[in-house]
Design a protein around this ligand. Structure first.
Ligand SMILES: NC(=O)c1ccc[n+]([C@@H]2O[C@H](COP(=O)([O-])OP(=O)(O)OC[C@H]3O[C@@H](n4cnc5c(N)ncnc54)[C@H](OP(=O)(O)O)[C@@H]3O)[C@@H](O)[C@H]2O)c1
Length: 157
């Protein structure tokens, strides 16, 4: 990924583990500064320490994207920097029988997968549009297209 076009900062939602951590390592290797967001503080702190050894700047924020108003808390840690790349890979990988899951579980899955990425793409996308550069990656799951037991997520096309 091109630092001139998509830097100097990347914001990675779900950036502590899995695919998000892999993006963070690749981007830091290319000298992107990164903002990492997830709920658990320890994986965030461990990855931030690792990435700082490459010489890049790293900010972390513990935030739950199933909660309302999360954009405000993220804006507070990104307001003074230029986010040229937004990567949204926070997943709600909950399995279970659809009708047996509690309503609040369904609501949290929807919150992480639908309104939050829309809100973030709009907010950071608007700044990218005005700068005339930047990029957004939103991860989803092909499970939405397949009929199989237990990934009975209430989010589908
Ligand atoms: N891995 C695959 O093979 C694969 C294939 C197709 C699609 N996907 C999709 O890609 C996305 C990421 O997958 P992954 O395998 O990297 O998952 P993962 O290893 O479970 O990582 C998910 C990341 O998102 C964070 N996260 C989860 N829920 C969150 C919430 N409510 N608020 C804030 N952060 C949250 C996690 O940290 P905390 O738990 O600390 O919050 C973690 O950093 C998912 O949407 C998944 O469905 C993955």
């Amino acid at each position: 990924m091109n630092l001139e076009k998509y830097g100097p900062w990347a914001l990675i939602v779900g950036g502590s583990e899995g695919i998000g951590a892999a993006f963070a390592r690749k981007l830091a290797a290319k000298k992107f500064n990164v903002v990492l967001i997830a709920r658990k503080t320890q994986p965030l702190a461990e990855l931030a320490s690792e990435l700082r050894t490459t010489g890049v700047e790293v900010r972390t924020l513990s935030a739950d994207f199933s909660k309302p108003d999360v954009l405000e808390s993220v804006r507070a840690v990104t307001g003074d920097i230029e986010i040229g790349c937004l990567i949204y890979v926070a997943g709600a990988n909950i399995r279970g029988n659809f009708v047996d899951l509690a309503p609040e579980v369904h609501r949290s899955i929807i919150a992480v997968n639908v309104p939050a990425p829309v809100e973030f793409a709009r907010h950071y996308g608007a700044a990218m549009k005005s700068r005339g550069r930047g990029g957004i990656i939103l991860a989803g799951s092909s499970s939405n297209f397949l009929g199989s037991p237990t990934p009975a997520w209430p989010v589908s096309r």
